[in-house]
Design a protein around this ligand. Structure first.
Ligand SMILES: Nc1ncnc2c1ncn2[C@@H]1O[C@H](COP(=O)(O)OP(=O)(O)OP(=O)(O)O)[C@@H](O)[C@H]1O
Ligand SMILES: [Mg+2]
Length: 337
C-alpha cells in the first residue's frame, strides 16, 4: 500500500466524479501499479459513472484499475458470522435456556446481520481496505476512496477505533435481553439445572468470544494506522459560500484522523464572452476562489471548470481528469501534491 486518497466535501460538488477521474488518470500514468476505486457512500454511484455494473465485487475497469461498491450488509454478515455463531452456542450453554423450545427461533431472529447497527455496517467499508492490504494475489498499491458528504465522512473516520465498542454494545444488548429471563428461570429451577450446567464450557466460549472482539479491535486499530500513514484527504468544494464553509468545518473535524493535502474547487462556470449572466456568475465564483485559496494557502488547490458534458464513462472521466489536473506527466503531482 502506498497511498489512500480520500475525497470529501459537501453533497453534490463532484466527489465521486473527481474520485473516479483521479483513479482513471493514475491508472493511465502508473501502468505497473494496481489501483482500487472504492465507494464509501451507501448510495453508491460508481456504476453510473462508469456505465458498467460494479456492485459488491472487485470489478476490472481497465488493465490495472478495479472498482468496488461494497455492500455493507454482506460485509456485516461475513465478519460477524463467527461471532454470532459463538454467541448462539453460549446461549445454548446457559442453564435451561438451551431447553426452551422457542430459543432457536428467538436467536435466529435476534442474531441476524440485519440487527447489526448501521454504524457497524458502515465500518465494514474499511474492511475492504484491510483485505486489499492483506490479499497476496491482489495487493493494491493505491486506493482512491469516494466518501459520503461531510457529516457521514466524520462518522466513518470515527468508526474503526470505535467498532469494538459498537460490537460490545450490540452483544451486551442481546445478552441483557435474555439475561433476566434466564435468571428468573435459574432461581426457580436451581436444583433441576445443576446436573445440566457446564460452566467450564461457558467460560471457554466466553474466552473465544473475547478473542474475536480483540481481533476486531486490532483490525480497527490497523485501519486507523493505515489511514494515518497513507491517507491523503482532498476536500472538494464549489465556489459558493455554503460549500466553502463546509470544507472549513470538514478540515477541523477530520484533522485528527487524516492528513489534508489539497482542495478541489470544482464546477466553476467557464468564460463566455457573449453571455452576460455567465460572466456575472463566474465573477462571483472567482471571488470565492480567491477566498478559498487564501483560507487554504498552504495546500495544493486544483481548479476545474464545469464541463459542457457530464463526465461519464472512461472517456468522460479522462476529460475531467485533464480539466482538473491539466496535462500531467508526473503522477506524484497527484499522489503527493
Ligand atoms: N467538472 C464538472 N463538469 C461537469 N459536470 C460535473 C463536473 N463535476 C461533477 N459534475 C457532475 O455533477 C454531478 C454531481 O457530481 P458527483 O455525483 O460526483 O458529486 P458528489 O459530491 O459525489 O455527490 P454526492 O454528495 O451526492 O455523493 C454529477 O452529475 C456529475 O456528473
Ligand atoms: Mg458521490
Amino acid at each position: 500500500m502506498e497511498k489512500i486518497i480520500v475525497l470529501g466535501g459537501k453533497g453534490g460538488v463532484g466527489k465521486s466524479t473527481i474520485s473516479a477521474a483521479t483513479a482513471v488518470v493514475l491508472s493511465d500514468l502508473l501502468p505497473d501499479k494496481k489501483i482500487l476505486l472504492i465507494s464509501f457512500d451507501m448510495a453508491h454511484n460508481l456504476t453510473d459513472l462508469f456505465n458498467s455494473e460494479i456492485g459488491n465485487k472487485l470489478t476490472l475497469i481497465s488493465d490495472n484499475l478495479w472498482a468496488i461498491e461494497p455492500d455493507p450488509h454482506k460485509y456485516a454478515e461475513k465478519y460477524t458470522k463467527n461471532l454470532i455463531s459463538k454467541m448462539k452456542a453460549l446461549m445454548r450453554e446457559m442453564p435451561l435456556v438451551g431447553l426452551i423450545p422457542q430459543i432457536e427461533k428467538f436467536m435466529d431472529t435476534t442474531f441476524t446481520a440485519d440487527s447489526i447497527p448501521l454504524a457497524l455496517k458502515n465500518a465494514m467499508f474499511f474492511q475492504e481496505i484491510l483485505d486489499a492490504e492483506n490479499q497476496q494475489s491482489q495487493k493494491f498499491d493505491i486506493i482512491v476512496a469516494d466518501f459520503p458528504p461531510t457529516g457521514n465522512m466524520v462518522a466513518l473516520f470515527e468508526i474503526p477505533e470505535d467498532q469494538v465498542k459498537v460490537v460490545l454494545k450490540y452483544s451486551l444488548n442481546f445478552y441483557n435481553s435474555i439475561k433476566d429471563a434466564v435468571r428468573k428461570f435459574s432461581k426457580v429451577f436451581r436444583n433441576i439445572i445443576k446436573p445440566f450446567d457446564d460452566p467450564k464450557k461457558r467460560r471457554e466460549l466466553g474466552k473465544e468470544i473475547f478473542k474475536m472482539l480483540v481481533d476486531l479491535e486490532e483490525r480497527g486499530e490497523r485501519i486507523t494506522e493505515l489511514i494515518h500513514t497513507f491517507g491523503s484527504l482532498r476536500l472538494v468544494t464549489i465556489a459558493e459560500k455554503p460549500s466553502f464553509e463546509e470544507i472549513k468545518r470538514a478540515r477541523d473535524l477530520t484533522e485528527k484522523y487524516i492528513n489534508l493535502d489539497g482542495v478541489h474547487i470544482n464546477l466553476i462556470t467557464p468564460q463566455h464572452d457573449e453571455c452576460e449572466f455567465c460572466s456575472n456568475v463566474r465573477n462571483i465564483q472567482l471571488n470565492y476562489v480567491g477566498q478559498i485559496r487564501k483560507e487554504f494557502k498552504n495546500l495544493k488547490i486544483w481548479e476545474s471548470n464545469r464541463l459542457e458534458k457530464e463526465p461519464f464513462g472512461l472517456k468522460g472521466l479522462r476529460n475531467l481528469a485533464r480539466e482538473v489536473y491539466g496535462d500531467i506527466n508526473n503522477p506524484n503531482d497527484i499522489l503527493s501534491p
